[in-house]
Design a protein around this ligand. Structure first.
Ligand code: G
Ligand code: G
Ligand code: MN
Ligand code: NA
Length: 256
């Protein structure tokens, strides 16, 4: 409750909430293929906060939508800035919350904001977790995702494998990409079950024609295993931690 009140004040002041960007990389070449936008709160007294300490605001029925909108507009402005510098950030993925699906017309406001910013739709993606898919009415969630997908925005299913109905969701919703949850990557070198699961998800992706991104890649050994199993897209501290928008141009200029 205190977090909500503080965040509302920060939103009204137009201060505090920022997007950080974590690179997604092509495993073979090391080229940047895009970024995931991750919220941070520049708190006046507590410093830079990660979502662990404020993530309740994303799903808050009163301010969740406003938080999502403020972040989305800022992300679009950041992309416009990078394009203006002659840089290509690849596709930037924005996380969506259940509050955003529950209220108003998310597809319309999302597409209006992107159009207004001038960012090409081909540079935008959305990430949804299974929790978000399960929170709202499936028809409503599906309608929003179909509209975004049809407009050229790619849809990634986040934290894949940790939910209750991963496979059903691939059938039910217009998913373009799955992200293998970090919990399966972490012990890849030691845990034969994790290795088998990762191999199976990569195979599933190939069979269904879906891109697969491995999340939370931290070691060369993990990257080597993933490469051998045919994984092309990777994200994790080995390639880059989430960075401030101001850092992204430097990062793009100093990568293959
Ligand atoms: O950045 P970090 O790894 O601490 O993020 C933790 C969690 O917070 C992740 O699961 C991420 O999906 C979620 N998260 C980060 N930014 C946003 C955002 O802008 N909107 C929503 N809904 N979730 C976010
Ligand atoms: O659930 P989602 O994938 O959106 O969450 C991304 C979260 O994972 C962010 O909080 C980000 O900071 C964190 N993260 C990204 N890469 C790594 C990594 O290689 N190792 C660890 N421990 N966390 C990571
Ligand atoms: Mn995510
Ligand atoms: Na994830």
């Amino acid at each position: 409750v205190a977090v909500t009140r503080e965040m509302r004040a920060a939103l009204e002041a137009g201060s505090g909430l920022v997007a950080f960007y974590q690179p997604k990389v092509d495993l073979a070449s090391g080229a940047v293929i895009g970024f995931e936008a991750l919220a941070r709160w520049k708190h006046p007294t507590r410093g830079l906060l990660a979502p662990a300490s404020f993530s309740t605001v994303f799903d808050d029925p009163e301010i969740g939508v406003a938080v999502g909108t403020a972040l989305r507009r800022q992300i679009c402005a950041d992309i416009v800035h990078w394009i203006g510098l002659g840089l290509n950030p690849g596709r930037v993925f924005i996380n969506l919350s259940s509050a955003q699906f529950a209220q108003g017309d998310l597809a319309k406001s999302f597409l209006d904001d992107v159009a207004c910013s001038g960012v090409p739709l081909g540079l935008i993606g959305v990430e949804v977790t299974e929790t978000v898919l399960l929170a709202g009415s499936a028809d409503r969630v599906n309608a929003v995702l179909q509209t975004l997908h049809a407009a050229g925005i790619r849809v990634a299913l986040d934290d894949f494998g940790t939910g209750y109905a991963s496979l059903t969701h691939l059938k039910q919703f217009p998913v373009d990409e799955i992200k293998i949850d970090r919990s399966f990557i972490r012990d890849l070198e030691r845990d034969a079950n994790d290795a088998a699961i990762v191999t199976a998800v990569l195979q599933l992706g190939r069979s269904l024609g879906l891109d697969v991104t491995a999340e939370g890649v931290e070691t060369l050994e993990q990257a080597t295993f993933l490469g051998q199993e045919g994984c092309t897209n990777v994200q994790g501290y080995l390639y880059g931690k989430p960075m401030a928008a101001e850092r992204v141009p430097w990062f793009l200029r100093n990568r293959p």
